[in-house]
Write a protein that binds this ligand. Structure first.
Ligand code: NAG
Ligand code: NAG
Ligand code: NAG
Ligand code: NAG
Ligand code: NAG
Ligand code: NAG
Ligand code: NAG
Ligand code: NAG
Ligand code: NAG
Ligand code: NAG
Length: 837
């Protein structure tokens, strides 16, 4: 009796246990899981797997099949879209499984209505089955979400998804990983020895030992794709294949009941090669161990600072700076390019053509040039670009940005390396400083005993020259120039393009530092112009020693001319009369100036139209040799920039402008000839050519002078202050005639500069000049000239008129016209057409 009672109670006690067990193996209609209770689960017979709600974020849940440890999530109801709030539930109904959220709305269902579902079960291999009275109507293995487990068949119609990433098995047997259903960033074919196999319906399977292989009725024994690195190890290990949210496909191992998983194989070995891993405009790189996401430069900012994988956005949109976008160079960086983009936007062009083609194409956002010998250029036109930066990458990329480019500071792992470098530097500096002190001691000794020797001055000048004799312009820092000009204290003048200050360089060379204003050009463009100017060497041209380009500061450093500019001598008022030049010097200045301009026009490699010849721009060295300054600067003004269209230099230069400036006609080297003619007349007369006085019958001096010339009154034109000196009147007559030839209204009537020089030198005879017919009389006496029309004339000339060989265009053809956005269509199409393969 007692025994019976005992056994009964035993049964009573035990039976609930048995009941739950049988319930979990086969679930009846009405069974429900609540998101609010994550401990509630439907488990497989051996508890290997269970279906339960798992937390996937702050108060959001998903119904998932996991192994007993919970590390392996092998299926999720509704996939990425199957998240519900804490009021959600999963129900087994006769229509199948239904996932609802707190509001009762259906989030996902198994689409098995009218199939008479009567029960569900979860097997020990992780398969969730819905059955009716006679058959299985639905299986989770047929509807995988982002993972497959051993004994699951993945066939060519199926897909694994995770975010924008998807994984397919093609009917050819190829395995592909795609981004946003389009970009194929991984494509694994079958073993090449069986590549031509005629597959009927391939399927991918992962064996419990860790072999990933493809099966097909036409493939005897299948073909192996991959082995997990712990292949055939252990006995209680669950291996599963999963498409992770970072776009990589991996095999993981999870030990029995443990709650950890270990990566054993990855499809894409280099995570940064996964398209879109760092989001749009994100740049993937590695710190010592992990892939990390950053932005191309400080022109960009992260979309979400807490999730750098969301990519980057421009601080300033390209549309907001039409025409003035520049390119940011990203060395050792590529923008990932895969099928189908690979075929459509791939060209074989050089690195600079690749960059320029992107710059001029409105649809292009970035470009990548491979330097691996293929000469491949990718133009990135889509809205979404994905970058990869690594010191090992043999490629250079350019990305379009608005405004000044501001590169990233070096990554933190670089600065760590810097600390030991700093220590090394300190040691080096200490040694150098010691040496320096010794040399300085010796030098000062030498100075002390030898300074009175006449040799010394010459020596130091020679040293100064030698230091800059290499020809290449020296780059100065702004600080350096600030120091050498004592904070821009001693102003030498305020010509066009900005003020000029006196400075003394560290080696005691005196220099003139010109602080350019209104130069909006990019660093590279500026350097190009500087290179052109500094490569122009002539005895009668002021030499450019160096430059500074720092932030918005643009400065040019010229050799210092002891005697200043010609105007101080020509138009000297009484108190300066001591500085007056005699005729011989004047004539030499005229010749020197003509030689300098001739060189600019006809003899140097990149010919230059000066555009602003006037006595203020003719400097005199200690021996009164003329040196033309400010050449090459007209190019530096950006004609596209409206704010700086008023060329202050020209506005202040009444009288020297050729009539074509006002008439909106093309500006050529003949315009310089006109200006030179006016200067020549002034050298002879010592008076401004536009001066109007009672003495000149209320006419402009240049007009009056021609009338006097007609009358044969050369002495009247000649500077009266030269009257009692020894003056070569034959030279005076030649100079006067040449000047009238130069100021002819018609540019074609004016001689070339070379001819001018020959006439002055007396090598060529000078014919009697016709009347210059100064139609511009009075028109230049206004205070300002509308320069916008002239500048546009200037650029029209550069863009369209085929410049005569002797004259020069103000813009270097090719690069600068492409950069300024002109000839856009032509440039891009011709570049691409000729070089596309
Ligand atoms: C379930 O567990 C029993 C006992 O541990 C074992 O004999 C059986 O093979 C297991 N079944 C599966 C499918 O793992
Ligand atoms: C989630 O829903 C969107 C829109 O309905 C759909 O395009 C996407 O394929 C779904 N994702 C998954 C993993 O089912
Ligand atoms: C429930 O799902 C419906 C439809 O998907 C959605 O409109 C609603 O906002 C969701 N409610 C909650 C509380 O998540
Ligand atoms: C059970 O499902 C099978 C396959 O879908 C179907 O042919 C059969 O009619 C269903 N039986 C009932 C009772 O609905
Ligand atoms: C997977 O496919 C193979 C051969 O195609 C077949 O023998 C096996 O039964 C299938 N397994 C499942 C679980 O469907
Ligand atoms: C994905 O592709 C669709 C259409 O193909 C497009 O509308 C969408 O913008 C793409 N997504 C991203 C993030 O580019
Ligand atoms: C399959 O992959 C190989 C590379 O492994 C590739 O050459 C081939 O074109 C791919 N086939 C298809 C149909 O994508
Ligand atoms: C390709 O398949 C052949 C025959 O199945 C096999 O011998 C060879 O090792 C395989 N090669 C690779 C790289 O898997
Ligand atoms: C591949 O198989 C199909 C039908 O199974 C057949 O029509 C086709 O000719 C085969 N192709 C090759 C190359 O064997
Ligand atoms: C690399 O990045 C990972 C993830 O961002 C971080 O956890 C790790 O500390 C970083 N390692 C180094 C050496 O910076």
């Amino acid at each position: 009796m007692i025994l019976q009672l005992l056994s009964l109670s035993l049964i009573l006690y035990v039976s609930p246990f048995f009941l739950t067990q049988s319930l979990s193996a086969t679930l009846s209609l009405g069974s429900t899981l609540l998101a609010s209770n994550t401990n509630q689960a439907w488990t497989s017979p051996n508890s290997t797997f269970s279906l339960s709600f798992v937390s996937v974020g702050a108060s959001s849940y998903a119904a998932a099949i996991t192994n007993s440890g919970g590390a392996a999530v092998i299926w999720t109801a509704g996939g990425d879209n199957g998240t519900v709030d804490s009021g959600g539930s999963l129900q087994l109904l006769s229509s199948g499984l239904r996932l609802t959220n707190g509001s009762g709305a259906t989030v996902w269902e198994s689409s098995t209505a009218n199939r008479g579902v009567s029960s569900a079960s979860l097997t020990d291999s992780g398969e969730l089955l819905l059955s009716n009275a006679s058959a299985t109507v639905w299986s989770s293995f047929d509807h995988p979400t982002n993972a497959i487990v051993p004994s699951q068949n993945f066939t060519s119609g199926m897909v694994l998804r995770s975010g924008l990433y998807s994984f397919f098995l093609l009917s050819s047997g190829n395995l592909t990983l795609r981004w946003n259903n389009s970009i194929v960033y991984w494509n694994q074919g079958l073993n090449s020895s069986i590549i031509n196999a005629n597959l009927s319906s391939p399927s991918l399977g992962l064996q419990s030992t860790g072999i990933l292989s493809i099966f097909d009725s036409n493939l005897i024994g299948g073909t192996i794709i991959a082995y997990s690195s712990d292949y055939a190890e252990g006995s209680n290990i669950l291996r599963f294949l999963k498409l992770d949210s970072d776009g990589n496909l991996r095999i993981y191992s999870s030990d029995g009941g443990s709650n950890t998983k270990t990566e054993r194989w990855a499809a894409v070995t280099d995570q940064c090669e996964v398209f879109g891993f760092c989001g749009n405009m994100g740049i993937c790189s590695y710190n010592d161990t992990n892939p990390i996401c950053g932005c191309p430069s400080q022109n960009f900012e992260p979309v979400d600072v807490n999730d750098r994988r969301q990519g980057c956005k421009r601080k300033m949109k390209i549309e907001d700076c039409p025409g003035s976008a520049t390119t940011l160079e990203l060395p050792h960086t590529k923008f990932l390019t895969y099928q189908p983009e690979l075929s459509s936007e791939t060209f074989f062009v050089g690195i600079s053509a690749c960059r320029l083609n992107c710059l001029v194409s409105s649809s292009c956002v970035a470009s990548t040039s491979l330097s691996d010998g293929t000469g491949l250029c990718y133009l990135k036109t889509p809205d979404f670009v994905s970058g990869y930066e690594s010191p090992a990458l043999p490629s250079t990329s350019y990305v379009k940005v608005c405004g000044p480019v501001s590169p990233n500071p070096p990554p933190s792992w670089e600065t760590a390396k810097k600390s030991w470098r700093l220590q090394a530097w300190i040691i080096v500096v200490a040694i150098v400083a010691t040496l320096f002190v010794l040399i300085a001691l010796e030098g000062s000794l030498w100075w002390w005993c030898c300074r009175n020797s006449p040799k010394f001055g010459a020596l130091s000048a020679q040293y100064a020259l030698l230091e800059y004799a290499s020809g290449a312009p020296v780059q100065f820092s702004y600080k350096e120039l600030q120091r050498s000009t004592k904070g821009f204290r001693e102003k030498l003048g305020a010509g066009g393009f900005g003020a000029v200050y006196k400075g003394v360089l560290a080696n005691r060379t005196a220099v003139a530092v010109k602080q350019l204003e209104g130069i909006e050009q990019g660093e590279k463009q500026f350097r190009m112009e500087v290179a052109t100017i500094s490569s122009t060497h002539h005895l009668n041209l002021v030499r450019l020693i160096g430059f500074c380009s720092e932030g918005r500061h643009r400065l040019l450093v010229y050799e210092f001319m002891k005697n200043g500019s010609l105007d101080n001598f020509l138009f000297a008022t009484d108190e300066h009369s001591g500085k007056m030049l005699n005729w011989e010097t004047r004539f030499n200045v005229a010749l020197g100036t003509a030689r300098g301009i001739t060189y600019l026009h006809e003899e140097c490699r990149d010919c230059i139209v000066h555009c602003d010849i006037k006595p203020e721009n003719i400097l005199l060295d200690e021996n009164y040799n003329a040196k033309v300054s400010d050449f090459g600067l007209a190019k530096l003004i950006n004609p596209k920039d409206h704010r700086h269209r008023t060329l202050t230099s020209v506005r202040g230069t009444r009288g020297y402008l050729a009539p074509e400036w006002l008439a909106n006609l093309p500006i050529t080297s003949k315009s310089d000839v006109y200006s030179y003619g006016m200067v020549l007349l002034e050298i002879v007369s010592g008076r401004r050519n536009f001066e109007v006085s009672a003495e000149t019958n209320r006419k402009k001096f240049s007009v009056w002078a021609y009338e006097e010339f007609e009358k044969g009154n050369m002495e009247g034109i000649l500077d009266g202050r030269l009257g009692d000196q020894d003056v070569d009147m034959e030279q005076v007559l030649r100079a006067i005639q040449v000047s009238f030839w130069c100021i002819q209204e018609q540019p074609s009537q004016r001689p070339m500069m070379g001819k001018v020089l020959q006439m002055l030198e007396g090598i060529t005879d000078v014919e009697r000049p016709p009347a210059p017919k100064a139609v511009t009389e009075g028109s230049l006496s206004g205070t300002s000239i509308n320069m916008s029309s002239n500048i546009s004339a200037l650029s029209t000339f550069a863009a369209s008129a085929p410049a005569p060989s002797s004259s020069s265009s103000l813009q270097t053809p090719g690069v600068s016209s492409i950069v300024s956005g002109r000839n856009t269509e032509k440039a891009s199409s011709s570049l691409l057409e000729s070089e596309t393969k």
